[in-house]
Ligand binder design. Structure first.
Ligand SMILES: C[S@@+](CC[C@H](N)C(=O)[O-])C[C@H]1O[C@@H](n2cnc3c(N)ncnc32)[C@H](O)[C@@H]1O
Length: 325
């Protein structure tokens, strides 16, 4: 049984939960039965042990037990997954239509539309999900990918995120894997996991609260799953890699420049600025802070990056604290 089916139980004020599992009695069982009964499959361990273990393993592997919300932090990851499992099956001629169809799908609760006036629409017909865009209909050859995708994610996104997510629509183009294969590239499935870990460490909306500078960006794989490129700086050693990154629409909005972070002259910056923007311990640079990239003192980071910009010859807009929160 998927977790979300049990969640209404937690809102039912008539249920008194015992302090320990063993405190649950017949009365509680009778109260929760209406919520869970139809979703429960009984396995008799004497006969069905193998089937039971297989069912649990499948549910964990297919992420059916807990669904993930779609938020600004994982938008890019979710879109890439959606293109893999659903978008690629729709036979869309223009890849930029995929983002429009993606939003029609996620802004739908499975029964009805959660947002009106979107350029594309999703209709649930007898033959399955049908997308409408510019007078054309798109159907899925099989519902397998569709069901797998929506077993992992929860829809629609929370109200507070919807408009923000929609604003990102223009930045979403399907990732062309070929563009992400540099000499020392970081595989995209590793990048995916890294973004899960960063979210777990830095918390919700981290992409709005932090400026990111990838100092050895290569062809930019580490930013392929970033949803908010406006807060991203990408520099690397080889001009050829800079050219590849600049020509990749996935990085539109990011500041991309050639820079040798080990040897280029940053002597205009004081130790605190260097420590702040590199994240290295000040034991290495002098010794005051051991902060994270651009995190500990925003004004030092801004000052340091402005010096770099003056050198590289491009301007940047820095959001104020109020704009960042
Ligand atoms: C491990 S790779 C990073 C790969 C990157 N995440 C990607 O997937 O393309 C290291 C990259 O750092 C670059 N690099 C090496 N030394 C550098 C330096 N001193 N300054 C800037 N970039 C450097 C290399 O050219 C290479 O592209």
């Amino acid at each position: 049984m998927s977790t979300e089916k049990a969640l209404p139980l937690l809102d039912d004020r008539t249920i008194v939960w015992p302090k320990s599992g063993s405190g649950a009695g017949a009365e509680l069982a009778a109260q929760i039965a209406p919520y869970v009964q139809t979703h429960i499959v009984e396995y008799e361990i004497a006969h069905d042990e193998d089937a039971f273990i297989r069912a649990i393993k499948d549910a964990i592997r297919e992420h059916r037990i807990i669904r993930t919300s779609i938020t600004p932090d994982n938008l890019r990851q979710v879109f890439d997954r959606w293109v893999d499992l659903i978008g690629n099956e729709l036979g869309v001629a223009n890849p930029s239509d995929l983002a429009v169809l993606f939003f029609a799908d996620i802004m739908h609760d499975g029964d009805r539309e959660a947002m009106n006036n979107l350029p594309a629409r999703l209709l649930m017909t007898a033959s399955g999900p049908t997308f409408l865009l510019n007078g054309q209909t798109y159907e899925l050859a099989s519902k397998r990918g569709y069901n797998n995708f929506w077993a992992i994610y929860h829809r629609p996104p929370e109200q507070k995120h919807r408009h923000y997510l929609l604003e990102r629509r223009d930045s979403l183009l399907p990732v062309d894997e070929q563009k992400f294969k540099g000499a020392y590239y970081t595989p995209l499935h590793i990048v995916d996991k890294a973004y899960d870990q960063i979210l777990a460490t830095l918390g919700p909306n981290w992409q709005d609260r932090y400026l990111v500078w990838d100092m050895c960006a290569g062809v930019g794989n580490l930013e392929a799953k970033h949803s908010n490129l406006r807060n991203v700086f990408m520099s690397t050693l080889d001009q050829a890699d800079v050219t590849i990154m600049k020509s990749n629409p996935a990085f539109a909005g990011a500041e991309i420049f050639q820079y040798d972070y080990l040897n280029d002259d940053v002597t205009d910056c004081n130790e605190a600025e260097i420590a702040t923007i590199t994240g290295h311990s000040l034991r290495d640079v002098g010794a005051i802070l051991d902060g994270h990239y651009l995190k500990r003192d925003h004004s030092l980071a801004v000052s340091a990056i402005k010096k770099l910009e003056a050198r590289a010859g491009f301007p940047t807009f820095f959001p104020t604290k109020a704009e960042r929160t």
